[in-house]
Design a protein around this ligand. Structure first.
Ligand SMILES: NC(=O)c1ccc[n+]([C@@H]2O[C@H](COP(=O)([O-])OP(=O)(O)OC[C@H]3O[C@@H](n4cnc5c(N)ncnc54)[C@H](OP(=O)(O)O)[C@@H]3O)[C@@H](O)[C@H]2O)c1
Length: 280
């Protein structure tokens, strides 16, 4: 991971991560590891005291269970609790924040307006949707600004998420689709990888070799799409020799309806994202 060119925007900033679970913990750990956040300027909260103690020991930052105390004097508040808990946490902060602070929520499905309303006042809010590969610096995060967030706030959030991968700014209306595609996406890719590795074993490869071939091939293909900007269909054609082996493999994929299955997976996950904040 590199923090080149990003240190200025975040340097000296005090950050509180409210809900340092899986995603909050990944972001917190990555930002500390790169040195962009200093442990003494970083706070976190979780729900359980014992988790707070363990996490505090592990990361060397102050971790508690009181959200109101944690946001005192910080510049950026990252909300990473489950979607159903966001309104409660934001309400706890009502009257405790000023417009000089920035709230970033990574909760799926929760609109900026809900957080703004719960916080009261003109507090800048940004909605972000990262994914778990942020852990290794190859994450994908989409961000959408709320009513009181300025271009400067967007820049700050972009800087922060660029540390753990790539960032794209989208209209908020697209955030559920982002959730269905890139936030849930790693799970789809893991299934594809697992299947390719299993296939390698079926055709006689040792499992570790098969897994390496599948993973590096996935990484390589993704890299070509990102680096060339070429349409994936064109790139697929370039691998497919007339009457060769690949076209036989592709025919099996078509027969197994891989494309439509993946499309339906993203559509379903997007639909679920629309209702998550209101689910019990
Ligand atoms: N996982 C992903 O791939 C992913 C991707 C993008 C966005 N997100 C979003 O990230 C958020 C968290 O998801 P997750 O998978 O990281 O869940 P998680 O592991 O369950 O983390 C939630 C954390 O919130 C803490 N918590 C619960 N109530 C709290 C409260 N009132 N105040 C402070 N902390 C509280 C929990 O504390 P304890 O540990 O003590 O129980 C836990 O550490 C969700 O909104 C989700 O939509 C997740």
């Amino acid at each position: 991971m590199s923090n080149k060119g990003t240190s200025n925007a975040l340097s000296g900033k005090k950050v509180a991560v409210l809900g340092a679970g899986k995603m909050g913990g990944i972001l917190l750990e990555a930002l500390l590891k790169t040195g962009l956040l200093s442990p003494k300027h970083t706070q976190a909260t979780v729900a359980h005291e014992d988790r707070a103690k363990a996490l505090g020991r592990k990361l060397g930052v102050s971790v508690g269970t009181n959200n109101r105390n944690a946001v005192e004097g910080v510049d950026i508040i990252l909300i990473a609790v489950k979607p159903q808990v966001v309104e409660e946490v934001a309400s706890q902060l009502r009257g405790r924040l000023s417009a000089r602070q920035l709230v970033i929520s990574v909760a799926a499905s929760v609109p900026n307006s809900l957080i703004e309303k719960a916080l009261g006042g003109d507090i800048p809010v940004i909605r972000a949707m990262p994914n778990t590969p942020c852990f290794v610096g190859s994450g994908m995060t989409a961000i959408a600004r709320g009513a009181h967030a300025t271009a400067k706030h967007v820049e700050l959030a972009t800087t922060m998420f660029n540390v753990v991968g790539r960032t794209v700014v989208v209209d908020e209306k697209h955030m559920d689709a982002v959730t269905g595609l890139s936030a849930s996406g790693p799970a789809y890719i893991y299934i594809i990888l697992e299947s390719l590795a299993e296939a390698g074993v079926k055709v006689g490869l040792p499992r570790d070799v098969a897994t390496l071939l599948a993973a590096q091939t996935t990484l390589g293909a993704a890299r070509v799409v990102l680096d060339t900007g070429d349409h994936p269909a064109l790139l697929k054609d370039s691998v497919t020799t007339p009457a060769g082996c690949t076209v036989d493999g592709l025919m099996e994929l078509e027969e197994g309806k891989l494309r439509v299955t993946l499309i339906k997976a993203v559509v379903k996950a997007t639909q679920r994202a629309k209702e998550l904040a209101y689910a019990s």
